[in-house]
Design a protein around this ligand. Sequence first.
Ligand code: BES
Ligand code: ZN
Ligand code: MN
Length: 503
Amino acid sequence: MEIRFQPGPASSEALILPILQDESQVFIQALKPPISWLKNNYALADFKGRKSENLLLYAPASASPRVLLAGLGRRADFTPRVLGEAMSAAVKTLAERRLTRLALPLAVLRLLPGADAACRLLEEAVLGVGLGIYAYTEHKNMPETDATFRPDLLELIQDRETTAAEKAALRKSTALIEGITLARNLINGPPNLVTPIHLEEQAANLAGKYAFSLTSYGPDELRKKGLNAFLAVSRGAANEPRLLILEHTPPGLGKKPPLVLLGKGITFDSGGISLKPAAGMEHMKRDMAGAGTLLGLFAALGAGGPGFVRKRILAFMPCAENMPSGEAARPGDIIKTLSGKTVEIRNTDAEGRLLLCDCLTLAQEMDTPEVMIDIATLTGACVVALGEKTAGLFSNNQALTDKILALAQGNGERLWPLPIWDEDIDLLREKSAADLLNSGPREGGACLAALFLKQFVRPDMPWAHLDIAGPAYQGQGENAAPGGATAFGLRTLLDFALEQCHD
Ligand code: BES
Ligand code: ZN
Ligand code: MN
Protein backbone atom coordinates (compact mmCIF):
# COMPACT_ATOMS: atom_id res chain seq x y z
CA MET A 1 0.00 0.00 0.00
CA GLU A 2 1.30 3.41 -0.96
CA ILE A 3 0.88 6.19 1.61
CA ARG A 4 1.66 9.76 0.57
CA PHE A 5 0.97 13.39 1.34
CA GLN A 6 -1.54 15.02 -0.98
CA PRO A 7 -1.84 18.80 -1.16
CA GLY A 8 -5.35 19.98 -1.93
CA PRO A 9 -8.54 17.98 -2.36
CA ALA A 10 -8.59 14.20 -2.41
CA SER A 11 -9.10 12.27 -5.60
CA SER A 12 -9.81 9.13 -3.66
CA GLU A 13 -12.81 6.84 -3.60
CA ALA A 14 -13.37 7.37 0.11
CA LEU A 15 -12.41 9.92 2.74
CA ILE A 16 -11.96 8.69 6.32
CA LEU A 17 -13.11 11.19 8.91
CA PRO A 18 -12.25 10.37 12.53
CA ILE A 19 -14.64 12.21 14.86
CA LEU A 20 -14.82 12.58 18.66
CA GLN A 21 -18.10 11.78 20.34
CA ASP A 22 -20.68 14.60 20.09
CA GLU A 23 -18.22 16.84 18.22
CA SER A 24 -19.07 15.98 14.63
CA GLN A 25 -20.04 19.57 13.68
CA VAL A 26 -16.69 20.92 14.87
CA PHE A 27 -14.77 18.28 12.94
CA ILE A 28 -16.71 18.87 9.76
CA GLN A 29 -16.33 22.66 9.99
CA ALA A 30 -12.57 22.20 10.18
CA LEU A 31 -12.29 20.49 6.81
CA LYS A 32 -10.35 22.35 4.17
CA PRO A 33 -11.46 22.35 1.44
CA PRO A 34 -14.92 22.24 3.03
CA ILE A 35 -17.38 19.48 2.16
CA SER A 36 -20.56 21.47 1.87
CA TRP A 37 -23.02 18.59 1.50
CA LEU A 38 -21.89 17.16 4.85
CA LYS A 39 -22.55 20.25 6.91
CA ASN A 40 -26.28 20.03 7.44
CA ASN A 41 -26.61 16.36 6.68
CA TYR A 42 -29.16 14.52 8.84
CA ALA A 43 -26.70 11.67 9.15
CA LEU A 44 -24.81 13.79 11.67
CA ALA A 45 -27.80 13.69 13.99
CA ASP A 46 -27.69 9.90 13.98
CA PHE A 47 -23.93 9.50 14.16
CA LYS A 48 -22.74 10.02 17.72
CA GLY A 49 -19.04 9.29 17.25
CA ARG A 50 -18.95 6.54 19.83
CA LYS A 51 -15.87 4.38 19.88
CA SER A 52 -15.88 1.96 16.90
CA GLU A 53 -19.07 3.49 15.49
CA ASN A 54 -18.79 3.75 11.70
CA LEU A 55 -21.09 5.39 9.17
CA LEU A 56 -20.52 5.42 5.43
CA LEU A 57 -22.06 8.34 3.56
CA TYR A 58 -22.36 8.95 -0.18
CA ALA A 59 -21.80 12.35 -1.76
CA PRO A 60 -24.39 13.72 -4.16
CA ALA A 61 -21.49 14.52 -6.51
CA SER A 62 -17.93 15.02 -5.46
CA ALA A 63 -14.28 14.22 -6.13
CA SER A 64 -14.40 11.97 -3.05
CA PRO A 65 -17.68 10.13 -3.51
CA ARG A 66 -17.72 8.54 -0.05
CA VAL A 67 -17.07 9.73 3.47
CA LEU A 68 -16.63 7.25 6.28
CA LEU A 69 -17.33 8.77 9.69
CA ALA A 70 -15.19 6.90 12.23
CA GLY A 71 -16.13 7.34 15.89
CA LEU A 72 -13.36 7.93 18.42
CA GLY A 73 -15.39 8.02 21.64
CA ARG A 74 -15.21 10.77 24.23
CA ARG A 75 -12.52 13.43 24.28
CA ALA A 76 -11.70 12.60 27.91
CA ASP A 77 -10.95 8.95 27.06
CA PHE A 78 -8.96 9.66 23.92
CA THR A 79 -5.45 8.26 23.43
CA PRO A 80 -3.47 7.99 20.20
CA ARG A 81 -4.13 4.24 20.23
CA VAL A 82 -7.87 4.97 19.95
CA LEU A 83 -7.17 6.77 16.69
CA GLY A 84 -5.11 3.84 15.39
CA GLU A 85 -7.87 1.39 16.26
CA ALA A 86 -10.51 3.58 14.59
CA MET A 87 -8.41 3.84 11.43
CA SER A 88 -7.95 0.06 11.35
CA ALA A 89 -11.69 -0.48 11.69
CA ALA A 90 -12.37 2.13 8.99
CA VAL A 91 -9.99 0.56 6.54
CA LYS A 92 -11.60 -2.84 7.08
CA THR A 93 -15.04 -1.42 6.34
CA LEU A 94 -13.76 0.18 3.14
CA ALA A 95 -11.76 -2.86 2.07
CA GLU A 96 -14.92 -4.94 2.34
CA ARG A 97 -16.38 -2.65 -0.32
CA ARG A 98 -13.31 -3.19 -2.47
CA LEU A 99 -12.26 0.42 -2.50
CA THR A 100 -8.64 0.90 -3.50
CA ARG A 101 -7.92 4.62 -2.99
CA LEU A 102 -8.49 6.08 0.48
CA ALA A 103 -7.78 9.47 2.02
CA LEU A 104 -7.44 11.04 5.47
CA PRO A 105 -7.63 14.83 5.96
CA LEU A 106 -4.83 15.79 8.34
CA ALA A 107 -6.70 18.92 9.46
CA VAL A 108 -8.91 16.78 11.73
CA LEU A 109 -5.90 15.40 13.61
CA ARG A 110 -5.25 18.94 14.87
CA LEU A 111 -8.59 18.88 16.71
CA LEU A 112 -7.63 15.88 18.79
CA PRO A 113 -6.20 15.97 22.31
CA GLY A 114 -2.41 15.84 22.15
CA ALA A 115 -2.39 17.60 18.80
CA ASP A 116 0.73 19.50 19.85
CA ALA A 117 2.38 16.14 19.30
CA ALA A 118 0.54 15.89 15.99
CA CYS A 119 3.23 13.65 14.53
CA ARG A 120 2.46 11.03 17.11
CA LEU A 121 -1.16 11.09 15.92
CA LEU A 122 -0.09 10.92 12.29
CA GLU A 123 2.14 7.96 13.08
CA GLU A 124 -0.68 6.17 14.86
CA ALA A 125 -3.22 6.85 12.09
CA VAL A 126 -0.92 5.60 9.35
CA LEU A 127 0.04 2.52 11.37
CA GLY A 128 -3.64 1.85 12.05
CA VAL A 129 -4.30 1.78 8.32
CA GLY A 130 -1.21 -0.25 7.44
CA LEU A 131 -1.71 -2.83 10.18
CA GLY A 132 -5.50 -2.88 10.01
CA ILE A 133 -5.34 -4.70 6.72
CA TYR A 134 -2.95 -7.36 8.01
CA ALA A 135 -4.03 -10.98 7.78
CA TYR A 136 -2.00 -14.16 7.57
CA THR A 137 -3.47 -15.96 4.58
CA GLU A 138 -0.29 -17.56 3.23
CA HIS A 139 -1.50 -21.15 3.45
CA LYS A 140 -5.20 -20.78 2.76
CA ASN A 141 -6.37 -21.97 -0.62
CA MET A 142 -8.99 -19.40 -1.32
CA PRO A 143 -9.86 -17.28 -4.27
CA GLU A 144 -9.48 -13.57 -3.74
CA THR A 145 -12.44 -12.65 -1.59
CA ASP A 146 -13.70 -9.51 0.05
CA ALA A 147 -11.86 -10.65 3.16
CA THR A 148 -8.47 -10.68 1.43
CA PHE A 149 -8.91 -7.51 -0.60
CA ARG A 150 -6.38 -4.75 0.18
CA PRO A 151 -6.64 -1.03 -0.70
CA ASP A 152 -3.53 0.25 -2.45
CA LEU A 153 -3.37 3.97 -1.70
CA LEU A 154 -3.80 6.25 1.31
CA GLU A 155 -3.61 9.98 0.64
CA LEU A 156 -2.88 12.23 3.60
CA ILE A 157 -4.70 15.42 2.65
CA GLN A 158 -2.70 18.54 3.51
CA ASP A 159 -4.24 21.98 3.86
CA ARG A 160 -0.84 23.60 4.46
CA GLU A 161 2.88 22.99 3.84
CA THR A 162 4.04 19.57 5.01
CA THR A 163 6.46 19.96 7.93
CA ALA A 164 9.73 18.09 8.35
CA ALA A 165 8.29 16.44 11.46
CA GLU A 166 5.29 15.18 9.48
CA LYS A 167 7.59 13.76 6.83
CA ALA A 168 9.62 12.03 9.55
CA ALA A 169 6.44 10.60 11.09
CA LEU A 170 5.34 9.20 7.74
CA ARG A 171 8.77 7.69 7.11
CA LYS A 172 8.75 6.09 10.55
CA SER A 173 5.26 4.68 10.29
CA THR A 174 5.74 3.23 6.82
CA ALA A 175 8.98 1.64 8.04
CA LEU A 176 7.09 0.21 11.02
CA ILE A 177 4.39 -1.24 8.77
CA GLU A 178 7.05 -3.00 6.71
CA GLY A 179 8.84 -4.34 9.80
CA ILE A 180 5.78 -5.36 11.79
CA THR A 181 4.27 -7.13 8.79
CA LEU A 182 7.44 -9.18 8.25
CA ALA A 183 7.71 -10.03 11.95
CA ARG A 184 4.06 -11.12 12.13
CA ASN A 185 4.39 -13.28 9.02
CA LEU A 186 7.40 -15.05 10.50
CA ILE A 187 5.85 -15.53 13.95
CA ASN A 188 2.53 -16.71 12.48
CA GLY A 189 4.35 -19.09 10.14
CA PRO A 190 4.15 -22.81 10.89
CA PRO A 191 7.14 -24.39 12.62
CA ASN A 192 7.77 -26.93 9.87
CA LEU A 193 8.45 -24.03 7.47
CA VAL A 194 9.82 -21.36 9.79
CA THR A 195 12.98 -23.23 10.80
CA PRO A 196 16.33 -21.75 11.83
CA ILE A 197 17.46 -22.06 8.20
CA HIS A 198 14.35 -20.23 7.03
CA LEU A 199 15.19 -17.41 9.44
CA GLU A 200 18.72 -17.40 8.06
CA GLU A 201 17.28 -16.95 4.56
CA GLN A 202 15.16 -14.07 5.80
CA ALA A 203 18.19 -12.43 7.39
CA ALA A 204 20.15 -12.93 4.16
CA ASN A 205 17.33 -11.31 2.17
CA LEU A 206 17.40 -8.26 4.42
CA ALA A 207 21.18 -8.09 4.30
CA GLY A 208 21.12 -8.23 0.49
CA LYS A 209 18.33 -5.71 0.12
CA TYR A 210 19.56 -3.13 2.60
CA ALA A 211 23.33 -3.76 2.78
CA PHE A 212 23.42 -4.99 6.38
CA SER A 213 26.23 -7.36 7.16
CA LEU A 214 25.19 -10.84 8.20
CA THR A 215 27.22 -13.41 10.10
CA SER A 216 25.73 -16.85 10.43
CA TYR A 217 27.11 -19.70 12.54
CA GLY A 218 25.98 -23.29 12.05
CA PRO A 219 26.63 -26.21 14.42
CA ASP A 220 30.33 -26.53 13.54
CA GLU A 221 31.16 -22.90 14.27
CA LEU A 222 29.04 -22.91 17.40
CA ARG A 223 30.97 -25.93 18.64
CA LYS A 224 34.34 -24.44 17.69
CA LYS A 225 33.49 -21.19 19.47
CA GLY A 226 32.22 -22.99 22.57
CA LEU A 227 28.55 -21.96 22.62
CA ASN A 228 27.75 -25.21 24.35
CA ALA A 229 24.64 -24.05 26.17
CA PHE A 230 23.13 -22.92 22.87
CA LEU A 231 24.09 -26.26 21.27
CA ALA A 232 22.62 -28.25 24.15
CA VAL A 233 19.21 -26.80 23.30
CA SER A 234 19.27 -27.85 19.66
CA ARG A 235 20.89 -31.27 20.13
CA GLY A 236 17.62 -33.19 19.91
CA ALA A 237 16.39 -31.50 16.74
CA ALA A 238 16.78 -32.61 13.14
CA ASN A 239 16.64 -28.96 12.04
CA GLU A 240 20.09 -27.42 12.41
CA PRO A 241 20.57 -24.37 14.64
CA ARG A 242 21.85 -21.02 13.41
CA LEU A 243 23.21 -18.03 15.23
CA LEU A 244 22.37 -15.04 13.06
CA ILE A 245 24.12 -11.73 13.66
CA LEU A 246 22.83 -8.79 11.63
CA GLU A 247 24.69 -5.51 11.74
CA HIS A 248 23.45 -2.06 10.80
CA THR A 249 26.37 0.36 10.62
CA PRO A 250 25.50 3.65 8.92
CA PRO A 251 28.38 5.28 7.01
CA GLY A 252 30.91 7.04 9.23
CA LEU A 253 29.95 5.24 12.43
CA GLY A 254 32.71 2.65 12.02
CA LYS A 255 33.50 1.23 15.41
CA LYS A 256 31.13 3.24 17.63
CA PRO A 257 29.88 1.13 20.56
CA PRO A 258 26.72 -0.48 19.21
CA LEU A 259 23.29 -1.01 20.62
CA VAL A 260 23.22 -4.81 20.95
CA LEU A 261 19.87 -6.56 20.69
CA LEU A 262 19.32 -10.26 21.31
CA GLY A 263 16.20 -12.18 20.32
CA LYS A 264 15.20 -15.69 21.33
CA GLY A 265 14.61 -17.73 18.19
CA ILE A 266 13.17 -21.10 19.24
CA THR A 267 11.25 -22.08 16.12
CA PHE A 268 9.38 -24.71 18.11
CA ASP A 269 9.51 -25.36 21.84
CA SER A 270 8.28 -28.86 22.61
CA GLY A 271 10.01 -28.62 25.97
CA GLY A 272 12.56 -31.26 24.92
CA ILE A 273 12.91 -34.29 27.23
CA SER A 274 10.97 -32.26 29.83
CA LEU A 275 8.13 -32.46 27.31
CA LYS A 276 5.27 -29.98 27.48
CA PRO A 277 1.66 -31.22 27.74
CA ALA A 278 -0.09 -31.75 24.40
CA ALA A 279 -2.84 -29.17 24.88
CA GLY A 280 -1.86 -25.93 23.20
CA MET A 281 1.60 -27.08 22.25
CA GLU A 282 1.06 -25.70 18.73
CA HIS A 283 1.35 -22.24 20.25
CA MET A 284 5.02 -22.88 20.86
CA LYS A 285 5.75 -21.90 17.26
CA ARG A 286 5.65 -18.38 18.69
CA ASP A 287 8.80 -19.05 20.66
CA MET A 288 10.90 -17.36 17.96
CA ALA A 289 9.02 -14.09 18.43
CA GLY A 290 12.12 -12.39 19.87
CA ALA A 291 14.20 -13.20 16.78
CA GLY A 292 11.24 -12.54 14.45
CA THR A 293 10.76 -9.12 16.01
CA LEU A 294 14.43 -8.26 15.50
CA LEU A 295 14.26 -9.34 11.85
CA GLY A 296 11.23 -7.08 11.55
CA LEU A 297 13.12 -4.27 13.25
CA PHE A 298 15.91 -4.61 10.69
CA ALA A 299 13.35 -4.57 7.89
CA ALA A 300 12.11 -1.29 9.37
CA LEU A 301 15.66 0.11 9.63
CA GLY A 302 16.18 -0.73 5.98
CA ALA A 303 12.80 0.49 4.77
CA GLY A 304 13.36 3.84 6.53
CA GLY A 305 16.21 4.44 4.08
CA PRO A 306 19.59 6.16 4.46
CA GLY A 307 19.86 8.44 7.46
CA PHE A 308 16.76 7.00 9.16
CA VAL A 309 18.55 5.54 12.18
CA ARG A 310 22.05 6.96 12.66
CA LYS A 311 23.09 4.33 15.14
CA ARG A 312 25.20 1.18 15.06
CA ILE A 313 22.94 -1.77 15.89
CA LEU A 314 23.81 -5.44 16.20
CA ALA A 315 21.12 -8.09 16.46
CA PHE A 316 22.03 -11.53 17.81
CA MET A 317 19.40 -14.10 16.94
CA PRO A 318 20.04 -17.60 18.29
CA CYS A 319 17.71 -19.86 16.31
CA ALA A 320 17.06 -23.48 17.21
CA GLU A 321 14.36 -26.04 17.75
CA ASN A 322 13.83 -27.60 21.18
CA MET A 323 12.96 -31.26 20.55
CA PRO A 324 13.20 -34.55 22.41
CA SER A 325 15.25 -37.40 20.87
CA GLY A 326 17.94 -39.89 21.74
CA GLU A 327 20.45 -37.13 21.25
CA ALA A 328 18.63 -34.45 23.18
CA ALA A 329 19.99 -32.85 26.34
CA ARG A 330 18.70 -34.46 29.55
CA PRO A 331 17.77 -33.12 32.95
CA GLY A 332 20.95 -33.55 34.97
CA ASP A 333 23.37 -32.77 32.12
CA ILE A 334 26.10 -30.29 33.03
CA ILE A 335 27.20 -27.91 30.28
CA LYS A 336 30.15 -25.53 30.17
CA THR A 337 28.79 -22.26 28.81
CA LEU A 338 30.85 -19.88 26.66
CA SER A 339 31.46 -17.75 29.75
CA GLY A 340 33.19 -20.67 31.48
CA LYS A 341 30.38 -20.95 34.05
CA THR A 342 28.89 -24.44 34.25
CA VAL A 343 25.14 -24.98 34.16
CA GLU A 344 23.17 -28.03 35.22
CA ILE A 345 20.11 -28.49 33.04
CA ARG A 346 17.33 -29.33 35.49
CA ASN A 347 14.54 -28.77 33.03
CA THR A 348 15.09 -28.90 29.28
CA ASP A 349 12.03 -26.66 28.89
CA ALA A 350 13.96 -23.73 30.37
CA GLU A 351 15.89 -23.50 27.09
CA GLY A 352 15.61 -19.82 26.21
CA ARG A 353 18.02 -18.73 28.91
CA LEU A 354 20.55 -21.31 27.68
CA LEU A 355 20.60 -19.86 24.17
CA LEU A 356 20.67 -16.33 25.44
CA CYS A 357 23.39 -16.74 28.07
CA ASP A 358 25.94 -17.78 25.45
CA CYS A 359 24.90 -14.93 23.16
CA LEU A 360 25.19 -12.37 25.96
CA THR A 361 28.74 -13.59 26.55
CA LEU A 362 29.58 -13.61 22.84
CA ALA A 363 28.21 -10.09 22.31
CA GLN A 364 30.43 -8.75 25.10
CA GLU A 365 33.47 -10.61 23.69
CA MET A 366 33.01 -9.54 20.07
CA ASP A 367 32.40 -5.87 20.65
CA THR A 368 31.94 -3.32 23.42
CA PRO A 369 28.20 -2.80 23.50
CA GLU A 370 26.92 0.56 24.66
CA VAL A 371 23.83 -1.19 25.95
CA MET A 372 22.30 -4.66 25.55
CA ILE A 373 18.59 -5.43 25.32
CA ASP A 374 17.24 -8.94 24.91
CA ILE A 375 13.71 -9.80 23.89
CA ALA A 376 12.35 -13.28 24.52
CA THR A 377 9.21 -15.33 25.04
CA LEU A 378 10.99 -16.58 28.12
CA THR A 379 8.55 -17.66 30.82
CA GLY A 380 4.95 -18.69 31.35
CA ALA A 381 5.40 -17.22 34.83
CA CYS A 382 5.60 -13.73 33.33
CA VAL A 383 2.23 -14.26 31.64
CA VAL A 384 0.76 -15.37 34.96
CA ALA A 385 2.21 -12.33 36.70
CA LEU A 386 1.28 -9.59 34.22
CA GLY A 387 -1.37 -11.06 31.94
CA GLU A 388 -1.28 -11.67 28.21
CA LYS A 389 -1.03 -8.07 27.08
CA THR A 390 1.93 -6.90 29.14
CA ALA A 391 5.63 -7.68 28.90
CA GLY A 392 7.95 -7.84 31.89
CA LEU A 393 10.90 -5.44 31.91
CA PHE A 394 14.00 -6.42 33.88
CA SER A 395 17.23 -4.46 34.04
CA ASN A 396 20.43 -3.87 35.98
CA ASN A 397 20.22 -0.13 35.29
CA GLN A 398 17.55 2.28 36.52
CA ALA A 399 18.19 4.96 33.88
CA LEU A 400 17.75 2.36 31.14
CA THR A 401 14.54 1.09 32.77
CA ASP A 402 13.15 4.63 32.95
CA LYS A 403 14.00 5.34 29.35
CA ILE A 404 12.42 2.14 27.99
CA LEU A 405 9.31 2.62 30.13
CA ALA A 406 8.88 6.19 28.92
CA LEU A 407 9.17 5.14 25.28
CA ALA A 408 6.72 2.27 25.71
CA GLN A 409 4.31 4.58 27.49
CA GLY A 410 4.49 6.87 24.47
CA ASN A 411 3.81 4.22 21.84
CA GLY A 412 1.26 2.22 23.79
CA GLU A 413 3.21 -1.01 24.25
CA ARG A 414 2.47 -2.28 27.74
CA LEU A 415 5.70 -2.95 29.60
CA TRP A 416 5.96 -3.26 33.37
CA PRO A 417 9.08 -3.39 35.53
CA LEU A 418 9.76 -6.54 37.56
CA PRO A 419 12.58 -7.10 40.05
CA ILE A 420 15.78 -9.11 39.93
CA TRP A 421 16.73 -10.11 43.49
CA ASP A 422 20.46 -10.87 43.48
CA GLU A 423 20.24 -12.42 46.94
CA ASP A 424 17.95 -15.16 45.56
CA ILE A 425 20.78 -16.66 43.55
CA ASP A 426 20.93 -19.66 45.88
CA LEU A 427 17.60 -20.76 44.41
CA LEU A 428 19.55 -21.33 41.18
CA ARG A 429 22.28 -23.31 42.92
CA GLU A 430 20.50 -25.67 45.25
CA LYS A 431 22.08 -29.11 45.47
CA SER A 432 23.92 -28.79 42.19
CA ALA A 433 27.39 -29.89 41.23
CA ALA A 434 27.43 -27.06 38.67
CA ASP A 435 27.78 -23.29 39.15
CA LEU A 436 24.16 -22.65 38.21
CA LEU A 437 20.88 -24.43 37.57
CA ASN A 438 18.91 -23.51 34.48
CA SER A 439 15.68 -23.66 36.44
CA GLY A 440 14.64 -23.15 40.04
CA PRO A 441 11.33 -23.23 41.86
CA ARG A 442 8.14 -22.28 40.00
CA GLU A 443 7.47 -19.33 42.24
CA GLY A 444 8.78 -16.08 40.79
CA GLY A 445 9.86 -17.93 37.65
CA ALA A 446 10.09 -14.82 35.46
CA CYS A 447 12.37 -13.10 37.98
CA LEU A 448 14.57 -16.17 38.37
CA ALA A 449 14.98 -16.43 34.59
CA ALA A 450 16.12 -12.79 34.55
CA LEU A 451 18.44 -13.45 37.48
CA PHE A 452 19.96 -16.34 35.52
CA LEU A 453 20.59 -14.10 32.49
CA LYS A 454 22.09 -11.40 34.68
CA GLN A 455 24.90 -13.81 35.67
CA PHE A 456 26.19 -13.47 32.11
CA VAL A 457 26.19 -9.67 31.92
CA ARG A 458 29.21 -7.64 33.09
CA PRO A 459 28.20 -5.60 36.14
CA ASP A 460 28.95 -2.26 34.45
CA MET A 461 27.07 -3.11 31.25
CA PRO A 462 23.61 -1.52 30.97
CA TRP A 463 21.29 -4.38 30.09
CA ALA A 464 17.55 -4.90 29.88
CA HIS A 465 15.50 -8.03 29.35
CA LEU A 466 11.98 -7.97 27.89
CA ASP A 467 9.93 -11.08 28.64
CA ILE A 468 7.30 -11.00 25.89
CA ALA A 469 5.81 -14.50 26.45
CA GLY A 470 2.35 -12.92 26.87
CA PRO A 471 2.01 -10.06 24.39
CA ALA A 472 3.98 -11.68 21.53
CA TYR A 473 0.77 -13.38 20.54
CA GLN A 474 -2.90 -12.77 21.14
CA GLY A 475 -5.75 -15.20 20.99
CA GLN A 476 -8.46 -12.61 20.53
CA GLY A 477 -7.84 -10.07 17.79
CA GLU A 478 -8.26 -6.31 17.91
CA ASN A 479 -8.67 -4.06 14.92
CA ALA A 480 -5.02 -3.10 14.60
CA ALA A 481 -3.85 -6.66 15.16
CA PRO A 482 -5.90 -9.71 14.31
CA GLY A 483 -5.45 -12.80 16.48
CA GLY A 484 -1.96 -14.24 16.28
CA ALA A 485 1.44 -12.60 16.20
CA THR A 486 1.66 -8.97 17.30
CA ALA A 487 5.36 -8.11 16.81
CA PHE A 488 5.18 -6.64 20.32
CA GLY A 489 8.35 -4.76 21.27
CA LEU A 490 9.30 -3.71 17.77
CA ARG A 491 7.97 -0.18 18.26
CA THR A 492 9.75 0.34 21.55
CA LEU A 493 13.02 -1.00 20.14
CA LEU A 494 12.76 1.29 17.10
CA ASP A 495 11.93 4.26 19.33
CA PHE A 496 14.94 3.36 21.47
CA ALA A 497 17.21 3.16 18.44
CA LEU A 498 15.90 6.49 17.10
CA GLU A 499 16.45 8.19 20.43
CA GLN A 500 19.97 6.83 20.84
CA CYS A 501 21.17 8.10 17.45
CA HIS A 502 24.91 8.92 17.44
CA ASP A 503 25.60 12.51 16.46
N1 BES B 1 8.80 -20.74 25.66
C1 BES B 1 8.48 -20.99 27.01
C2 BES B 1 7.76 -19.84 27.68
C3 BES B 1 6.41 -19.45 27.14
C4 BES B 1 5.26 -19.81 27.80
C5 BES B 1 6.28 -18.69 25.99
C6 BES B 1 4.02 -19.42 27.34
C7 BES B 1 5.05 -18.31 25.52
C8 BES B 1 3.92 -18.68 26.20
C9 BES B 1 9.75 -21.27 27.79
O1 BES B 1 10.78 -21.86 27.10
C10 BES B 1 9.39 -22.22 28.88
O2 BES B 1 9.00 -23.30 28.58
N2 BES B 1 9.53 -21.78 30.13
C11 BES B 1 9.23 -22.58 31.25
C12 BES B 1 10.34 -22.39 32.26
C13 BES B 1 10.32 -23.37 33.40
C14 BES B 1 10.58 -24.76 32.89
C15 BES B 1 11.39 -22.98 34.37
C16 BES B 1 7.89 -22.13 31.81
O3 BES B 1 7.60 -20.94 31.73
O4 BES B 1 7.14 -22.96 32.28
ZN1 ZN C 1 10.77 -21.54 25.08
MN1 MN D 1 10.61 -23.96 27.02
